[in-house]
Design a protein around this ligand. Structure first.
Ligand SMILES: Cc1ncc(COP(=O)(O)O)c(C=O)c1O
Length: 382
């Protein structure tokens, strides 16, 4: 029989109330939702506010998506296809891979989480560059794995040599964000080749290419074509950014068939929703329109970068704006990051500060970018 003393909480525990969740998760930051543009506009008495904080593309859903989703949701009382067969076939055809190498998920962020779940036991290590995508530390911690963060190099990008050196016997997975969120920096083919050659075969390398469609530098490899033959490389892509489906939550991975099959096993059942499957199938027919929109974003990215570099010369603390291959730019403002973002917000522009490090600004329409540059002028002179 269990002694009553062992199941009775001690006085300390009783006085603090029952502990219902894992203590180690207390260290994780709470999710702080971005400011709603409608609320901000109301507060400031403006007709509208501009949100440049979530790396969305500003041109609305692609043609045909709204109709396809509306038609699909007529069957919303039925579960979606759990195998996601039609969409996996369409993705396979578009990207020239077999469907057994594809898994879909509730955004590519969910797939990153599934990959950690599929590879790591408690205490196993996940290596990634930092600062990078803010979900990485949360995903790793919730899986009970251990984060090994390798500081970004002086140019705000991944230090691949240091990342390779950080691999230990306990490393199961490495996250490489190319281009990197939030700094926009990117890795070239030769350095990635060297890195992948140095990583042991039994460590999975996840190339997170959420922003691939905005890449214009020919030296930045397409992970699918460059590394498709490496069994320990998985490429993550999303339909949230260039494909305009952020609100439907749909991402996919391409990897070795065994890896993809394991992820399909651990995925939350039915998490690629009916609407997401229908919206993605419709979006995939619009590749020309995606290319046209990305070209607009890229032209604006280059214009905004040049304008900001004039305002933030290379000699200042933190350096100037690094070249971005994504749909956002990074202002390495260090201690001024939060006050800069507050100042933009007071002018109706929502940007994304990372306290003590920098500010990420999503590329919007030309008019939105002009409004941001005007706000930045004032903010930088305050
Ligand atoms: C680098 C990176 N990976 C993955 C994601 C996740 O995108 P989603 O879950 O919408 O597919 C994001 C979104 O911001 C990102 O920046």
């Amino acid at each position: 029989m269990t002694g009553s003393t062992s199941s009775t909480p001690g006085p300390d525990r009783r006085s603090q109330g029952p502990r219902l969740t894992r203590a180690d998760l207390d260290a994780l930051p709470n999710y702080v939702p971005g400011r709603s543009p409608a609320d901000l506009a109301r507060e400031l008495g403006l007709p509208e506010a501009i949100k440049l904080a979530s790396n969305e593309v500003p041109y609305g859903p692609l043609p045909g998506v709204v109709e396809a989703v509306a038609e699909a949701v007529a069957g919303a009382h039925r579960y979606p296809d759990m195998g996601v067969l039609a969409l996996r076939d369409a993705l396979a055809e578009r990207y020239g891979v077999s469907a057994d190498r594809i898994a879909t998920g509730c955004g590519s962020v969910a797939l990153a989480e599934h990959l950690v779940r599929a590879t790591c036991l408690p205490g196993d290590e996940v290596v990634y560059s930092w600062r990078s995508f803010e979900a990485y530390p949360i995903i790793v911690a919730t899986s009970g794995a251990t984060s090994v963060r390798v500081p970004n190099d002086a140019g705000h990008g991944h230090d691949l040599a240091a990342m390779a050196a950080a691999v230990t016997d306990r490393t199961r997975l490495i996250l490489v964000c190319n281009p990197n969120n939030p700094t926009g920096t990117s890795l070239h083919r030769a350095e990635l080749d060297r890195f992948l050659d140095a990583v042991p075969d039994d460590v999975l390398v996840v190339l997170d290419e959420a922003y691939r469609e905005f890449v214009t530098d020919a030296e930045v490899p397409d992970g699918l074509t460059a590394y498709g033959d490496r069994p320990n490389v998985v490429v993550l892509r999303t339909l949230s950014k260039a494909w305009g489906l952020a609100g439907l939550r749909i991402g996919f991975l391409v990897g070795h068939p065994e890896v993809a099959a394991t992820v399909r096993k651990v995925v939350t059942p039915f998490s690629t929703s009916l609407a997401a499957q229908a919206g993605a199938l419709a979006a995939l027919t619009q590749a020309d329109e995606v290319r046209r929109r990305c070209a607009l974003v890229v032209a604006e990215r280059d214009r905004v970068t040049e304008a900001l570099r004039k305002r933030l010369p290379a000699g200042q603390v933190g350096g100037t704006v690094p070249e971005s291959q994504a749909n956002f730019v990074w202002l390495p403002l260090r201690d001024r990051s939060v006050s800069f973002a507050q100042s933009c917000e007071a002018r109706g522009i929502i940007v994304r500060p990372f306290a003590g490090e920098g500010v990420r600004v999503t590329i919007g329409t030309p008019a939105e970018n002009d409004a941001f540059l005007a706000a930045a002028d004032s903010a930088l002179h305050e």
